[in-house]
Structure formats: structure tokens, C-alpha cells
Ligand binder design. Sequence first.
Ligand code: ADP
Ligand code: MG
Length: 335
Amino acid sequence: MAIKSVKEIKNLNGKKFLVRCDFDVPLDSNGQVADATRIEACIPTIKYLLENKALVAMLTKIGRPKDDKRTSTRVLLPTLEKLLKYKISWVPNLNYRANLDNLVLLENARFYPEEEKQDEAFAKKLAKPYDYYINEAFAMCHRKDASVSLIPKFLPSYAGFRLIKELEILTKLLKNPQRPFIAIIGGAKAETKIPVIENLAKLADKVLVGGKISLELGSSLLKLPRLLNSKDWKEGKDIGPNTIKLFTREISKAKTIVWNGPMGIFETPPYDFGTNQIAKAVSESSAYKVIGGGDTISAVSKIGLLDKVDFVSTGGGAMLALLSGRSLPGVGALT
Ligand code: ADP
Ligand code: MG
């Protein structure tokens, strides 16, 4: 069964909505929002609900309260009020009461250990005050946190506009891409990237591999016919000139491109050279271009080419899970 869009709900007037947002944004040294991209991605759904006179509670996690310091969702209020142009009631816990204002922001879901322990009773209690649940947290959908994969057991559940768009674009990429379809995979986290390389080697016309993982591929992967691994490196910290030439030639022929993972230690020049050259080649290509991954986005943004890309996914891990052919628990829960 396909997931349903929030758009399909007929009468929203006076109905109470719990919206699982993804406001897990980076903070600056003063603890203020440093990049609001993820918040912006949730705004159309919240606005739509408010315009149709629904009562809305927003729920998110920020950071990893288990291993670093606790960040309250209160830091999000100025950014949210500015983007929504709406007064928000902040609640210091997860308890929603309908006599609060139309728009409520609940505290960090991960302050409650039950959230990550996937506690059903906790999910049931969270769901209780509402009429509907909306998932607008694509970046969380590969996880099984209670607020993502369990609340839908207890409420009629729908997908937000951004979640629908992420799924449409990434699914089309895998099922029906315009060819040649070129995948570019780099970065560092081998355990998440290897399954992506394996799956894309079946679906794409070429998989170009750079970054730290290009130094770590085992012999069975290196034998995959459509895989083009980096063939020269700059001190093991960046792809070399022959690889850049090879990769840019493939990129120039592409009709569809998906890119995740920098080609080198782009944070430390001159090892940003390979990543920048690939970013330029991608931005100059007339292909349909999708990128994702926190570091990839930051590398492309650093040289001012982000707006040359057709779609920037908000979900690093969730996007990689989809690209590796896995289904997402948060999405499965909505069907
Ligand atoms: P993304 O966040 O886009 O998914 P990753 O987190 O997988 O990307 O990888 C990004 C990290 O990989 C960056 O911090 C970058 O410095 C590192 N990296 C890339 N190439 C190398 C390399 N050859 N050696 C060490 N680290 C690398
Ligand atoms: Mg990263």
C-alpha cells in the first residue's frame, strides 16, 4: 500500500495533529541554529495545517542527548517563529493539552530514553491527545525511534509534503532514471557506503568511487563491471589528477547523477581539490542532479554550487538506506 499525503485529509479544521518534524540542525558555538535548511524543509507542511485551522504540535529530536550535552528545543523558537510568522507555545516536556495555543513545540524527544528504546507504551501515550500523526522527518525514517515508527500504530498517519517529495525523487532515481545514470560515492563511513555501492552497481550505468572508501574496497567489489574506483590518490587524502579526468568524463555524459560523499578530506585544502572539481563537473552537467549527505552538501555549498543541483536530500542516512535498496521503517509504518 502506498503512503498517504497530508493533502488527502479532508477536514482539518480544529483537528489535533502531532507532526514529527526533523529539526535536528547544526548549532553554532553559542548554541544557536547555524543552518536552518532542515527546518525550512518542514515549513510548508506546518503552514498548510495552520492555514486549514488545524491545531499542531511539533515534535523533534536535536543532537544525541545520550552521549553529548542536552539541547532543548527552545533554541529553535526564534528560527521557527521567523519562518512560520506564527506565535509558538513551547512546552518543557512532551505533554500536549488542547487548550494550549494553535502551534506548540514539544521538548526534545530524545530526552526520554523510551524514544530510542522503541517503547510502545511511550508511543501510545504520545499519540493519545491527537487526531492525526504526520511524518515530516525523512532523515529519521531509517531509524526505529518510537516517535517515528511506533506512533502510527495508534493514530491515522500521513506523510508531509517534503517526505513525499524525497521518496518520489529517490525512488524514481532507482526505478526509472534517464540514462546514462552515474552514481558518485565517496566519504568515509565504509559500513554505510559499501551496501550503497553494491546496490548502485546493479542499477546505475557507472558507479564512481572516491574518498576514503576508495582505498578500502575489497577485491569482490573491485571486480564489479560498472564500478570505477579511484585510480590515483594525493597522499591517500584526495583523488588524483587521472581519476578527476576519468570521473569528469563520465559525469559529462550523464543524464542522471546522484552524489554522496566527498572525494577527499575537503575540509583541509589542498585536499578539497578533487571534491571541488567533481562539484564543478556535476554543476556544469545538464543531467538531473541529486546530492545528499551532510559533508557532501557542506562541500558543494562551500564553493557556492548548491543551487546548481536539482535536488538536495535532507536525509543522509535515510537516503543511503534507500540507495542501498533497504526499506525505511518510518515509511513502512505509514502504510
Ligand atoms: P557525507 O556526510 O556526505 O555522507 P561522509 O560522512 O561519509 O560523507 O564522509 C565525509 C568525510 O570523509 C569528510 O570528513 C572527509 O574528510 C572524509 N574523507 C574523504 N576522503 C577521505 C580520505 N581519503 N581520507 C580520510 N578521510 C576522508
Ligand atoms: Mg558525514
